[in-house]
Write a protein that binds this ligand. Structure first.
Ligand code: SF4
Ligand code: SF4
Length: 292
């Protein structure tokens, strides 16, 4: 966990420099557009094992077109992936790109370990230019505030990629929280540890499911590539509650309304709002005491 002082410093920095949404800091990153979640079993454990194998194996691969193509074929044969969306390539070159294995990303990138500044992304299925220039809708459609709050709270690659690419989920969540709160949400709550925990618990619905012990929740698709699902364009329409439920249903492959989901969403948001209100009241009380 980043100490609060450093978080405040990071936030100040983030306000000056445009945020790199793919890798906002050293505690996590995203590789959703490399097809990370476009697989039959997108659970954290399964993806972690695949990424670990690729990363370890890639260390011994000579950087030459033939050797890299050999690595790609080997991983493809090993994983035998059937993509959910056949338009989206599940790239064999996505792996861990830091020593601590907290950041996922492109092992062909010039800054990735072992490449010594050479860019090998031309070996990619999409061609190097696509990999270099692609920005998913979240880059443009999320406000700086939304980006700041999500990147400040989440420090796990698996959850981060699922949340940050789901524009509808984030926008609908803020809308619903603000409806409950009766105020525009700013980033003040990041100073309150229990409100942060409540908010993180909500974001984790995208990772561990909204229903306790939901064993069917293995799909974990990310929504970045479905244009119709980005902000304001959901076929389902409706209010923020409907859109949040649609996002969760999409993530988990449930075609019907998840039983009890509306109650669970309201309960989670209600808990965050009440924690945040209590904290604000406490801060105001302490301010009054000091002035007396
Ligand atoms: S899906 Fe978006 S945030 Fe994630 S790696 Fe791709 S461009 Fe970056
Ligand atoms: S080569 Fe392209 S698709 Fe593959 S991991 Fe790198 S950036 Fe992603």
């Amino acid at each position: 966990m980043v100490p609060p002082k450093e978080r405040a410093a990071d936030r100040k920095t983030a306000m000056r420099i445009p945020m790199n949404l793919c890798r906002p800091d050293t505690s996590k990153s995203c590789a959703a557009c490399c097809g990370l979640y476009n697989v039959g079993d997108g659970t954290r454990l399964t993806l972690r094992d695949k990424l670990t194998y690729r990363t370890d194996r890639f260390r011994d691969v000579i950087r030459s077109p033939d050797a890299l193509a050999g690595f790609e074929s080997e991983v493809r044969a090993r994983e035998r992936t059937v993509p959910y969306d056949e338009v989206i390539h599940v790239c064999e070159f996505a792996g861990f790109v830091d020593a601590e294995r907290r950041s996922v990303g492109c092992m062909l990138h010039p800054c990735a370990p072992g490449n010594e500044g050479r860019d090998w992304r031309g070996m990619c299925h999409y061609g190097g230019m696509a990999c270099k220039s692609f920005h998913c809708p979240a880059w443009e459609e999320l406000s700086d505030l939304h980006k700041r709050i999500v990147t400040d709270i989440v420090d796990d690659w698996h959850l981060y990629g699922l949340v940050i690419t789901d524009v509808d989920f984030i926008l609908s969540l803020f809308e619903l929280v603000e409806e409950h709160l009766g105020l525009t949400l700013d980033d003040t709550f990041l100073r309150c540890d229990s409100a942060r925990s409540d908010f993180l618990r909500i974001l984790k619905w995208k990772d561990s499911g909204i229903l306790p012990g939901d064993s069917s929740a293995t799909l974990r698709l990310s929504r970045y590539y479905i244009n119709a699902s980005t902000s304001g364009k959901l076929a389902r329409g409706g209010g923020p509650m409907d859109r949040i439920l649609a996002c969760l249903e999409f993530t988990y492959g449930h075609s019907e309304r998840i039983p009890g989901a509306e109650r669970l969403v309201s309960g989670g948001i209600g808990r965050f709002v009440s924690t945040y209100r209590q904290w604000i009241e406490g801060v105001e009380e302490r301010g009054k005491d000091r002035r007396r």
